[in-house]
Design a protein around this ligand. Structure first.
Ligand code: SF4
Length: 265
């Protein structure tokens, strides 16, 4: 009965043309991944729904201090919500320690206490210290982030405590270089829509989206931020707000279709 209501709602939405998703083709039998044009339509729907996202939120103005803060934020947000990472960053600012030298001067237990709101704070203190040492070894955050996207990403991935998602967030938001950040929200969204680019694998998703979306940094910035916004506000892990969302007419999960059989997160 609920599925019937959802189908009817989707149909009404399409007839009324209210979602702007008319250009997205119905999934074929093989459930092909989206084309570039399909993705453009999804992007327009998301940005019209949520507006341009102001990522990355920092207290510092554009420049080395901001880039450094973004990189620390990318480490501190690992396995936690942004609120906890932001609180830890505020603690560092309050201790006048938003610089690599100042952080390395802090005894590790003190640094751990400052980072406590971000969770896993002892491990994160070690990661933050390792990152600060790498910044100083490179001669500054601008030099650590200098070069092409692949070069910067590889340099960051070589650092202890920096995995693919963190490296891509640093490369895109601090380095302003084209890459795509894959996260749990992206897996969930495209599996639920019913046309994922392939298996749930970081490189599979990243390669697919980079190939389709091109190298415009602002657009790549918005894509990741919009996926996160949609995942937090509407396409939640439990109780997704499908009927309030702009993607419902083309979503297999909402229709009770094959997307519902995928892992929901
Ligand atoms: S319709 Fe529901 S499951 Fe599908 S993308 Fe929107 S919120 Fe997520």
């Amino acid at each position: 009965m609920a599925a019937t209501r959802r189908r009817a709602s989707a149909s009404r939405g399409l007839q009324a043309g209210r979602t702007g998703l008319e250009g997205v083709r119905e999934p074929g039998p093989a459930r092909r991944p989206y084309t570039r044009r399909d993705l453009e339509v999804i992007y327009r729907a998301l940005i019209e729904a949520y507006g341009p996202q102001q990522w990355w939120p920092t207290a510092a103005e554009d420049g080395p201090e901001q880039w450094f803060e973004i990189c620390l934020g990318a480490i501190l947000v690992q396995n936690t919500a942004w609120r906890g990472a932001a609180s830890a960053l505020a603690n560092l600012r309050g201790a006048d320690a938003m610089m690599p030298e100042a952080i390395l001067d802090l005894p590790e237990p003190v640094l751990g206490e400052l980072l406590r709101p971000s969770g896993y704070f002892n491990a994160k203190a070690r990661k933050v210290r390792a990152f600060c040492a790498a910044v100083l070894d490179a001669g500054g955050i601008d030099l650590l982030l200098a070069g092409g996207a692949d070069e910067v990403r590889a340099r960051l991935l070589a650092l202890w405590g920096v995995g693919p998602e963190t490296a891509d967030a640093m490369t895109l938001y601090a380095g302003r270089k084209p890459t795509f950040v894959v996260d749990a929200y992206a897996y969930r969204l495209f599996e639920r829509l019913g046309r994922p680019p392939g298996k749930r694998d970081y490189d599979t998703y990243r390669t697919y989206f980079l190939g389709k979306l091109g190298d415009d940094v602002w657009t790549l910035n918005q894509w990741h931020a919009l996926i996160v916004r949609h995942g937090q506000q509407t396409c939640r892990r439990t109780a997704p707000q499908c009927e309030a969302g702009v993607l419902e007419p083309r979503c297999e999960f909402a229709r009770g279709g094959p997307g519902r059989r995928g892992r929901p997160e």
